[in-house]
Design a protein around this ligand. Structure first.
Ligand SMILES: [Zn+2]
Length: 223
């Protein structure tokens, strides 16, 4: 189902599964309390999957689909005992909210949406390259295939190259470790360090240069 989710209509970001929990008991029920694990906890937070202490009100698992860039999200949906069904439910809501033509059952578009994924780029390009006639009837179909491939690529892109993501994450943590909280005009700011850049090279990509400079900082304390 993951590849069938459309990229965020608002910012083009990647739809992501959010997991959380909420108190199952309602206001007035025996299991409800007003303490830190009850009403005072506030709305569910993405990623809150820590089991509650035995004495606290018991919770139910919930999921949503949200954009990992802008945070646009579907409502939370209880998992019950079938995670796949819950994900299908929120996945449908996510796709329905975006401005795409509605897919009809048994439609060829439905087939394209379900069966075509990012690895099929070569196949579709080959199909396109070998087409010689009937452009007026095949054109819209190719547009549909291309749209699906772009959607699937955006959704799947960040999943594969894990190494650069981890490296960048390590660089950010290093920067955060060297950052300071400062007071400027009575407001609190996080001040990142000035990073010495010995290898100023106009032919190197800016990102690579910044990454190399951060790598030159002393390692953060691991304790
Ligand atoms: Zn977004």
């Amino acid at each position: 189902m993951y590849e069938q989710l459309y990229p965020c209509d608002h910012c083009g970001g990647r739809p992501t599964v959010g997991r959380s929990q909420r108190v199952a008991a309602q206001l007035g029920d025996d299991g409800f309390d007003y303490g830190g694990f009850g009403r005072d906890l506030g709305p569910p937070e993405i990623g809150d999957t820590m089991p509650r202490p035995p004495g606290a009100p018991q919770t139910e698992r919930i999921v949503n689909i949200h954009c990992d860039e802008c945070g646009m999200a579907t409502p939370w949906h209880p998992v019950g005992d079938d995670m796949d069904r819950a994900l299908d439910h929120v996945g449908l809501i996510w796709n329905r909210r975006l401005n795409r033509p509605a897919t009809q059952t048994a439609d060829i578009q439905n087939l394209v949406e379900k069966e075509l994924g990012a690895p099929d780029v070569q196949f579709v390009l080959d199909l396109l390259a070998r087409t010689e006639d009937e452009w007026t009837t095949r054109g819209p179909l190719f547009a549909m295939l291309a749209r699906r491939l772009v959607d699937a690529t955006v959704v799947a892109a960040d999943c594969w190259p894990i190494e650069p993501v981890l490296k960048d994450a390590a660089r950010y943590r290093k920067l955060a470790h060297h950052a300071q909280s400062v007071d400027i005009d009575g407001e609190r700011y996080i001040q990142f360090p000035e990073v010495y850049n010995p290898n100023r090279d106009p032919y190197v990509m800016y990102e690579a240069e910044a990454a190399a400079a951060v790598d030159g900082l002393p390692d953060r304390k691991r304790w």
